[in-house]
Design a protein around this ligand. Structure first.
Ligand SMILES: [Zn+2]
Length: 240
């Protein structure tokens, strides 16, 4: 889909109805709640279908793991166990947000390693993402922002757009930003072009979903809780 400056502005909220299929790409368990916790609630309450692709299990997360598990050395078995725990947290949060309606899949790719895969031109998450797009034909695809500071988010953005182009999927693409560029944070600005306004109930449900991520609450409760705010921001992405 191509939009231009003469097109009337597309509003995400207006595009969601009982016929809509929405694919969300989440680099880690927690992005589904922090980035799209309001969208998942609104979409599923309208009867839309939501499918989340978790690219990694968030297993490369040493400082929270050291803090929660009171251990210094983290080897492969501990890391795998942490990833399994985070995978379950993501599923629990998604079930809460969607009242059990949303579906998901976890690709288990290397946490903090997605940009390296992209730069090495490895398939990474692409086959799985393409399969969802080809078989399910979502009308809305939600990807991390390309300006997000986290490399996994940048790379997931690129893989998502690449898959859309590869199969010629006709869809609206929106991005969400979790780790904003420092310039935006310091100026207290957002450059997002669209936003969903969440009711107080939706905000409290979003907070409850964020709190499902107990492994992250230990060190980041304050920062994470701020995402349960009245506005959930998105940017309409142009596919070239
Ligand atoms: Zn993330």
């Amino acid at each position: 889909m191509e939009a231009n400056s003469e097109s009337p502005p597309v509003r995400l909220l207006d595009e969601i109805n009982a016929e809509t299929r929405i694919a969300i790409l989440a680099p880690h368990p927690d992005d589904e709640s922090l980035g799209t916790g309001g969208l998942i609630q609104i979409a599923t309450s309208r009867g839309a279908q939501v499918h989340v692709v978790f690219v990694t299990d968030g297993d490369n997360n040493p400082w929270p793991q050291r803090f929660v598990e009171r251990r210094w050395f983290i080897d492969a078995p501990e890391r795998a166990r942490w990833g399994a725990r985070r995978r379950l947290e993501g599923q629990k949060a998604l079930a809460l947000l969607s009242q059990g309606q949303a579906t998901s899949e976890s690709l288990g790719l290397p946490d903090a390693g997605i940009l390296a895969l992209w730069e090495a031109q490895m398939p990474g998450p692409k086959p799985a993402i393409e399969k969802v797009f080809r078989e399910w034909q979502p009308q809305i695809v939600v990807v991390p922002s390309e300006i997000d500071r986290h490399p996994d988010h940048q790379a997931t953005h690129e893989y998502g757009l690449d898959a859309i182009r590869q199969i010629g999927l006709h869809c609206l693409v929106y991005s969400y930003c979790i780790h904003r560029p420092w310039s935006q944070k310091m100026l207290r600005r957002h450059v997002a072009s669209d936003a969903l306004t969440l009711s107080s109930h939706e905000q409290s449900q979003k907070l409850a979903a964020i709190q499902c991520h107990e492994t992250q609450m230990a060190l980041s409760a304050g920062r994470f809780s701020k995402f349960a705010s009245p506005l959930e921001r998105y940017t309409l992405v142009q596919i070239s």
